[in-house]
Write a protein that binds this ligand. Structure first.
Ligand SMILES: Nc1ncnc2c1ncn2[C@@H]1O[C@H](COP(=O)(O)OS(=O)(=O)O)[C@@H](OP(=O)(O)O)[C@H]1O
Ligand SMILES: Nc1ncnc2c1ncn2[C@@H]1O[C@H](COP(=O)(O)OP(=O)(O)O)[C@@H](O)[C@H]1O
Length: 198
């Protein structure tokens, strides 16, 4: 960028990790609306918090009311939504925080862009694999009903695509495993990856 010269600061990410006694990274839940992303993300955060891990959760509905106010659900708005979230997550990681993200993030290309912004070594992708039939049966927020009635356009799984992740780090099948099993699976995956090496 012309006339923009990045400034170096003295406190590094490693310094922050030493002070917090753990590494930072992003745990990213992707899946359909109603698949269980927020439920699992929130319970995973509770478990990490109990272990004194410094966490922060970023969640679709919350971010869209603030930094991403005005963005909708066209393919290009979703791409921009996810790009900004990835930049924010990257800052949090540099600040030493373990970020938990819960976003539909329906396209492989956009998820790859997110991974590249954050850095592939700092990104754990969790696919919350729940069928559209089950999500529609749950219809936690009544959105599937509205989408079927044509009141919501571009609704993921009904009138907009969801591409299954090609190579997620963890797959969670909420129709066949309990919430507790899923939480344990995620926690057991994360903990060794945030240990400080001596
Ligand atoms: N058209 C359409 N399609 C999908 N979802 C919709 C739509 N309109 C509103 N909502 C609500 O927005 C939440 C998803 O926002 P995200 O930022 O995660 O979406 S995306 O990653 O940019 O695709 C999503 O939240 P979750 O149900 O928690 O997934 C919905 O509450
Ligand atoms: N095994 C499971 N894992 C996660 N959620 C489950 C499971 N079984 C049932 N549910 C329910 O599914 C719903 C998922 O809603 P939510 O977490 O808001 O989904 P999302 O954030 O993906 O839109 C919740 O009501 C939750 O209690």
């Amino acid at each position: 960028m012309k006339n923009i010269i990045p400034q170096d600061y003295h406190i590094s990410r490693n310094d922050r990790a030493s002070s917090k006694k753990h590494q930072s990274l992003v745990v990213w839940f992707t899946g359909l609306s109603g698949s269980g992303k927020s439920t699992l993300a929130s319970l995973v955060e509770n478990e990490l918090y109990k272990r004194k891990i410094h966490t922060y959760s970023l969640d679709g509905d919350n971010i869209r009311g603030g930094i991403n106010k005005g963005l909708g659900f066209s393919a290009s708005d979703r791409e921009e939504n996810l790009r900004r979230i990835a930049e924010v997550a990257r800052l949090f990681v540099d600040a030493g925080v373990l970020v938990i993200g819960a976003f539909i993030s329906p396209l492989e290309e956009d998820r790859n862009k997110v991974k590249n912004i954050i850095g592939k070594d700092d990104f754990i992708e969790i696919f919350v694999d729940t069928s559209v039939e089950e999500c529609e049966k749950r219809d936690v927020k009544g959105l599937y009903k509205k989408a079927r009635a044509g009141e919501i356009k571009n609704f993921t799984g009904i009138s907009a695509p969801y591409e299954r992740p090609c190579n997620p780090d963890i797959i969670i099948k909420t129709e066949s495993s309990s919430i507790e099993e899923s939480i344990n699976k995620v926690i057991n995956y994360i903990l060794p990856r945030i240990e400080l090496s001596n």
